[in-house]
Ligand binder design. Structure first.
Ligand code: DX5
Ligand code: ZN
Length: 233
């Protein structure tokens, strides 16, 4: 059974001086989720937004908020973010090297009412996710190195999506697979959705488009059709 692919625009590519206008635009354009890239200038070589920003964002929109934490030691600050009532919280597996500590963190995110999600850099072997598959509601497959929007999709990332889909089939059939980085309607949305992606993050693909609403629709359509073709095959 296929369903419509969900689109999560990354506001890293929005206009920070006119953010409320861009959020309203996303609401009207039918975005499903707002993807928020939190970077600490340490875990990744870029610094973005954090708690005060997300607090205000939560206050002005009812769209689900997906917080992608690209920060070192997320377990030390997780409650700051959970206090803001996010819908999804993705932590990087590299940021919490102790396996037991990561299990505790993921359970804590769920206990505090958010969907726990796990992500990893593109050079991390995908199998490191195995011990956590039952414990998360979403796996975020990075198809670029985290840090910046506007990068090119790393070829072959769809194979990592296929691996997660295969593992999830038996162990967590409701798991969502999200892909982040270099997603376009022209090619990569279809590639990853054919392998089982359900949620597509898109930054520059939406905000650099002349008509962002149309860009969202085209990415969704490309993904949904590829998923349906694969199901039929
Ligand atoms: C990269 C971020 C992405 C980024 C995606 O570190 O995690 O969410 O904003 O941007 P595009 O879609 O332009 O690759
Ligand atoms: Zn992201």
């Amino acid at each position: 059974m296929f369903s419509t692919v969900r689109i999560a625009p990354s506001i890293l590519s929005a206009n920070f001086m006119d953010m409320e206008r861009d959020i309203r635009m996303l609401e009207e354009a039918g975005a499903d989720i707002i993807h928020v890239d939190v970077m600490d200038g340490h875990f990744v070589p870029n610094l973005t937004i954090g708690v005060p920003f997300i607090k205000q964002l939560r206050a002005i929109t009812d769209l689900p908020i997906d917080v992608h934490l690209m920060i070192s030691n997320p377990q030390e600050q997780i409650d700051w973010y959970l206090d803001l009532d996010p819908d999804y919280v993705s932590v990087h597996i590299e940021a919490v090297p102790d396996e037991d500590e990561l299990h505790v963190l993921l359970r804590h995110i769920r206990e505090r009412g958010a969907h726990p999600a796990l992500t990893l850099k593109p050079d991390m072997p995908i199998e490191v996710l195995d011990p956590f598959i039952e414990e998360v509601d979403m796996i975020l497959v990075m198809s670029v190195f985290p840090g910046f929007s506007g990068q090119s999709y790393i070829e072959g990332s769809e194979e990592r999506v296929a691996y997660v889909a295969q593992v999830a089939k038996e162990r967590n059939p409701d798991l969502l697979i999200e892909v982040d980085g270099g997603i376009s309607a022209e090619r990569t949305a279809g590639l990853v959705c054919a392998e089982g992606a359900d949620v597509l993050v898109a930054g520059s693909g939406v905000f650099a488009a002349e008509d962002p609403a149309r860009a969202i629709e085209e990415i969704r359509l490309a993904g949904t059709e590829a998923q349906a073709d694969k199901e039929r095959a």
